[in-house]
Ligand binder design. Sequence first.
Ligand code: HSE
Length: 307
Amino acid sequence: MSSMIGRRVAVKVPATSANLGPGFDTLGLALSLYDDVTVEAVAESGVHVNVRGVGEGEVPTDGTNLVASSILATFAAVGHDAPGLRIDADNRIPHGRGLGSSGAAVVAGIAAARGLLEGIVHFTEEMLLGIATELEGHPDNVAPALFGGLTIAWTTPTGPRHKKLMVHRGVSPLVLVPETTLSTRRARELQPSQVPHEDAVFNVSRSALMVAAMLQSPELLFQATEDKLHQSYRASAMPETAALISALREAGFPAVVSGAGPSILVLCDGPGDRLEAAALAERKSGATWRAEMLAVDFKGATVVAIP
Ligand code: HSE
């Protein structure tokens, strides 16, 4: 432990959009909007967190802070005592909007713990995903936050697994962020425990198509983003989101709920379409929605030692 005191690491974690329409709890995409976190191992026991930007003055600044508790959980998972921690978080990923902010906080904590334990513990990708999924509850946001790109995540009796895929360069994500928030737990409560077989088949076909559309045929994104498993069940909890998605899809744009909402992800097949979609969204919804034209992040979480 004493060898660790004084170590400082800088972590950068991307926002993520889960589901991508049909791929409920399975597909996820890393986006070029980041939280930056610096963590120092200090001799003094306890945890002190300083938050700037999103969540400043709102999220806890002690050991119950999600980044801090994820660092502590990671040390516990590998059987090491955690040092005292000084954490500085510079947050840009909006909270409660379906852009993976909690997954990003979990992954920031895990990446920081990995950096502090460099040369002491070797983490495999499976270990990182296993710890992250245990803390987050489902793997579809934490997989792209950890590894970047488009990820397929699935669970097995011995833990979660993922496959990272590169994305066709024409895919141009537009994220529309409302002022309102929605908790993932509330959105999940609206899901039925059973769905019609034909709806399941519908989503199997669209999810398979989605992988082809994202990798090599972006012109198929409109059909590939169709879904019958979650968005209609949750629409009552985010009526403005549902209305704006309908307007965008009627105009031919591949719009879906981002994660559990209420943000919208439009997966345009070129930058020009993205400008048109943003203009349509502004006309329909007014200035209360923020439009973010983002790139796909291909790196995922990074951690570097600060000398
Ligand atoms: N797949 C999850 C859901 C993502 O839609 O509930 C939420 O973070």
